[in-house]
Design a protein around this ligand. Sequence first.
Ligand code: ZN
Length: 220
Amino acid sequence: MRSEPPSGGIELPGGGSPLAGAAEPADATDPALGTVRPGQPTPGAARRVGPGADEGFAAWTGTGRQQRHELWMRRAVEVAVTGPEPPAEPGGAADDVPVGAVVYAPDGTELAIGRNERELTGDPTAHAEVLALRRAAERLGRWRLDDCTLVVTLEPCTMCAGALVLARIGTVVFGAWEPKTGAAGSLWDVLRDRRLNHRPEVYGGVLEVENAAILRAFFR
Ligand code: ZN
């Protein structure tokens, strides 16, 4: 897991080049991490930003990348708060937990967006990530999204993490950690499970404070 520091974070020395040995992110199935559990610090790791964040901690090494991720995350927040469409009926989308997702092409083009619509549509699978993946695949005319990045405001659940693996998504960027259901390092780590045939790059805790505040406000 590569975690990005909050805005204004300290830049690590040697910026721009990956740290030696950081090429292969460790994952939850790594025997070396057998004693590390989500919510507990990894020995020797620094600057945790969330449960499991420091497993396979690799230095964040690019200002450009962090800025891009934060910019994209702000768009996902906008989707979470406003939704792709105005609610069909008053209060429609307002009943749904505000989670937003955006899929970006390699050149940064916005391909598709999705907002959690479970209540709006009565569909248990209508999570933001699944909707965004479907729309991006439809737009590209292919199911394989290995050159794309999905940005989502909340750590993906098991279903969405599974869908992201099936889509062969290249990169996943998520906002708030979800200790109760998260499958990207909190409760499970489906995205980096070496038993699966695809493992995207994962960046967690992007604009975490803002994203967590939106969810807290909803559940208040
Ligand atoms: Zn989900």
